[in-house]
Write a protein that binds this ligand. Sequence first.
Ligand SMILES: Nc1nc2c(c(=O)[nH]1)N[C@H]1C(S)=C(S)[C@@H](COP(=O)(O)OP(=O)(O)OC[C@H]3O[C@@H](n4cnc5c(=O)[nH]c(N)nc54)[C@H](O)[C@@H]3O)O[C@H]1N2
Ligand SMILES: Nc1nc2c(c(=O)[nH]1)N[C@H]1C(S)=C(S)[C@@H](COP(=O)(O)OP(=O)(O)OC[C@H]3O[C@@H](n4cnc5c(=O)[nH]c(N)nc54)[C@H](O)[C@@H]3O)O[C@H]1N2
Ligand code: SF4
Ligand SMILES: [Mo]
Length: 889
Amino acid sequence: MRHEAGTATKTTCPYCGVGCGIIATPRPNGSVSIEGDPEHPANFGRLCSKGSALAETLGTDERLLYPQIGGRRAAWDEALDLVADRFSAAIAEHGPDSVAFYVSGQLLTEDYYVANKLMKGFIGSANIDTNSRLCMASSVAGHRRAFGSDTVPGIYEDLELADLVVLVGSNLAWCHPVLYQRLAAAKEKRPEMKVVLIDPRRTMTADLADLHLAIAPDGDGVLFAGLLLYLANSDAIANGYIEQHTNGFKQALDAARGLDIARVAQETGLPAQQVEAFYRLFAARERTVTVYSQGVNQSALGTDKVNAIINCHLATGRIGRPGMGPFSVTGQPNAMGGREVGGLANMLAAHMDLENAAHRALVQRFWRSPRMADRPGLKAVEMFKAVADGRIRALWIMATNPVDSLPDADAVAAALRDCPFVVVSDIASATDTLRHAHVTLPSAGWGEKDGTVTNSERRISRQRAFLQPPGEARPDWWQIAQVAQRMGFADAFSYAGPADIFREHAALSACENEGTRDFDIGLHAGIEAADYAMMRPFQWPAREGEEVSRLFAAGGFYTPDRRARFVAVSPRRRQVCDTRYPMVLNTGRVRDHWHTMTRTGKSARLSAHLAEPYGELHPADAQRLGVGEAEIVHVESPHGAVLVRALVSPRQQQGSIFVPMHWTDQFCARGRVDALVPALTDPVSGQPALKNVAVRFSRFAAAWYGFAVAAERPRAEDFDYWALARCVGGWRLELAHGAPHDAPEALLRNMMASHPPNLEFIAFHDERRGTHRVAAFAGTRLLGALYLSRTPVAVSRGFVVEQLARAHAEARSRFRVVAGRAGADRPDPGATVCSCFGVGANQIAAAARAGCNSVAAIGEALQAGTNCGSCRAEIRQIVEAARPAAAAE
Ligand SMILES: Nc1nc2c(c(=O)[nH]1)N[C@H]1C(S)=C(S)[C@@H](COP(=O)(O)OP(=O)(O)OC[C@H]3O[C@@H](n4cnc5c(=O)[nH]c(N)nc54)[C@H](O)[C@@H]3O)O[C@H]1N2
Ligand SMILES: Nc1nc2c(c(=O)[nH]1)N[C@H]1C(S)=C(S)[C@@H](COP(=O)(O)OP(=O)(O)OC[C@H]3O[C@@H](n4cnc5c(=O)[nH]c(N)nc54)[C@H](O)[C@@H]3O)O[C@H]1N2
Ligand code: SF4
Ligand SMILES: [Mo]
């Protein structure tokens, strides 16, 4: 369905697993208005910075528009025929296990369902795995070990109803911002509610925490096993629940033996009083929710960590009741949907088990398929090893960017380079993975395609189209179905649209279910296209005549005896460092970017918050290695290296360096952090350990540093360090280089994409100090400016960036550009904090010094923090830092 300008469409955000409802309204001028949907039960109208900026990412520049074969434009028919032929040929010659699909939690459920059906039921291999392996696999495995099914028992409201919320390895403020805001609002209403944060770093989420445990990397298993022991000796223990609904309590307790508070403190690097304070809080508060995310999952001990947490909830019977439960928050918008359709190599469709012969028979009957995979396929990391050693001869990658996001990422690139046939379906025209594609398929993106996604609380919502796909882009489900038809499976893949697929998926979930499987959306098994179009968000299970929002309060687990299983985890902490690689590399996310930045990198607003790859390290480590603030550091492991900006901060633990996962070869010289990460996985879940990597770092000896802006994308590839970001009116560029530079004017000229005849340079040189500033104007327009210095360049980025969009008729205004500073009449706004209103740190600090002594007061004075609210924690920090200064004035 296509909409006229002015028609509002209800849809769901394509970023994180909170799954916020959005109202999108195309405007007559071609832009789109994006608002939170006040009726959506995930967000009730709120949106975070990324959701609010969605309109800025919808432009058709940098989009794939046509299929390509070997880099030349091809017709859809030719490309699809080729994919089908090459897959069929590989299967005929080397068997079904010689081909693979690597898919994504960013596919819609309908896309995912079709991909899984083709691979498992028609090709007859289980070689379909997903980037959710890097994301949720340990939670899935932990759920299945404990509950017998991959079930998230609780709902978002539980975070608001709880008396204690424990956040483990979750930077909720930046990664699930709307859920964080719901929690923050609930805590403001009920200040007696407590929040504990368990994270080696003091993240912005600590802003809300009454207690922050800066745990040693991978210490969580020990902490929660010790908690189990503590709970067993407290009033919190729920003997009735344990007896009636669980097995294995005694063994779990035995495994934790000896973990008294002193031992736990020693193993986790935490002060004993902190451990005790946490244990006491947990024991005393029945309404407890433990939220966990990648600090738990992305570990070689990930599944054990998950079960150590779940054990504590089972032992206290705090599960499935209001305000209680273990809560794995999912990362991607459809991580849950992918699990529901069986998109992981070790699962079948509709939460059925690949290892279960009855389940296999049921699904095969339902699909009327010629064959059925009967053993688990290759999990992501193994899959790429199999690509490397030639076992996989044809690979189709959809909606993920493995050359950046898989561990040992340089080896992944090499494997793709050598693979005989690689197909990539994406929306972006240039990614590090697309470089290796033999066939490139242009997908319809968010706002252009229809389907469903499931959020962290099991809520299924519609994504709806409100724009025409650009060029010849087509939805992913269509691409897969077309290939399936051409491989000879026309009957089973002749879907007219996503409604057809959803209906089939719903019917399979209910097929011979009768309450034996958790995932059941039988209520929608007969849904018509018109009802699908109108479908409102709902939670599963959704059976006829039954409403369930939470599970397991009264047992009813999906194990054979319907009892939950305690898992006897033998807790240990994983220490990875040695004398050669003495530092821990920790990786993760920043507030305003999404993964490999193919979408958020298009937004100037989102790129302003953090504009380059950085390594956050403790002042003591920086000093020890002679690294100054804002210098460049070289971080390396035996697998690879990156160059990142040093961000010296006491929020970071000593001995550890944090590098975000977002920067790729498209945006910087050497920032692909997964090149450093070994391909080491959790033995149960196969999830890679992305957060605890042994590295060393050293200062990069820069001969000079540079900062530049340019109206057109500048050339930067010649420099050792470069990082490119969008800004209003063009691009901004950070530089550093080991060898001396050429004449600054020549340098700037070389970087600039075009050179109109009226180009005019104005420069300032201080040879003695090594400071150079050059600006290039064409008429009144600034086309480029470059600032060079022997130390990190100190011009006002905010000011310089703004000059691209201004007219410079007067000499004075041109000289200011060269100076890189506003006049005294216009103070430097400082680094962007509030991306919605473009308010900088200096402005906030000035307002705080002038008497705005709360986040609310800053909001009234500057608007900062009053739209999406994602920056409120940062504002509070600045206000607090300004307090003593204000008092002294
Ligand atoms: N802004 C933004 N939001 C996102 C995304 C994004 O790209 N950008 N991506 C989405 C996706 S797919 C995901 S999976 C989620 C991830 O959401 P989160 O898991 O919240 O995010 P991360 O930054 O990956 O990691 C969380 C924290 O784990 C901590 N950590 C590291 N090691 C340990 C440890 O041993 N123990 C403990 N307790 N903590 C540890 C890190 O310091 C980090 O602060 O975010 C989603 N939301
Ligand atoms: N070191 C380290 N590595 C990590 C992590 C970490 O914390 N640390 N986190 C891991 C986690 S949790 C995750 S989820 C992954 C994420 O890593 P990736 O999945 O590799 O990252 P994305 O940038 O989200 O890639 C999505 C791709 O799909 C494209 N795309 C967008 N919409 C569509 C569509 O509708 N159809 C198609 N076909 N393509 C589309 C985008 O342009 C982009 O190229 O990274 C993992 N890697
Ligand atoms: S919290 Fe932000 S990124 Fe996540 S779904 Fe909501 S608006 Fe989108
Ligand atoms: Mo993720």
